[in-house]
Design a protein around this ligand. Structure first.
Ligand SMILES: [Zn+2]
Ligand SMILES: [Zn+2]
Length: 167
């Protein structure tokens, strides 16, 4: 996504839009929807332009506990500062881009892509209270109750039952 600097006016402005996921080079492992929503709040000063972005995308995951596919709306933020000032070595930061008075366009696709990928949670759960699968019979415990827990208590009476059958 190119930001055309000469199209920006001084001061605060918002740009909202949707970008094709393919353009951002985001794989379809989790993201099946064709578009990523981007909201930019841009503040243009005399020597600095700050861009605050909010990125939203719908992801499709498989639950880590119950293995059922689910969709989740992800959101994350990024900030980029474009500056015509000198950037000292101690200020080198991946979120600061050096521009000159003649810079026409700045590409912020990398920032959008990184924000989307960073919004993917480490643990993918259909619900934080997901009960997962029974480790014995594999039943999805969100949907039904299995008898495994019951059998456990039965097991304790197994010796007695045997005795009773024998008698
Ligand atoms: Zn689950
Ligand atoms: Zn079970």
């Amino acid at each position: 996504m190119q930001i055309r600097l000469n199209a920006l006016r001084e001061g605060f402005q918002k740009i909202e839009g949707s970008l094709p996921r393919e353009l951002l080079d985001i794989s379809d492992e989790w993201f099946k929807q064709p578009l990523v929503d981007v909201n930019l709040s841009i503040n243009k000063g005399s020597s600095e332009i700050s861009i605050d972005g909010i990125v939203r995308a719908e992801a499709e995951f498989e639950c880590d506990r119950c293995l059922v596919p689910f969709t989740q709306n992800l959101q994350s933020n990024f900030q980029v500062i474009l500056t015509t000032g000198n950037i000292g070595p101690e200020q080198i930061d991946e979120n600061i881009i050096s521009i000159t008075q003649t810079t026409m366009e700045v590409d912020i696709s990398n920032y959008i892509r990184d924000a989307v990928l960073l919004s993917v949670p480490m643990k993918k759960l259909c619900d934080e209270n997901c009960r997962g699968l029974c480790s014995r019979c594999g039943v999805n415990l969100n949907l039904e109750r299995c008898k495994c827990g019951q059998n456990e208590s039965d097991d304790r009476w197994e010796p007695l039952k045997k005795m009773l059958t024998l008698s």
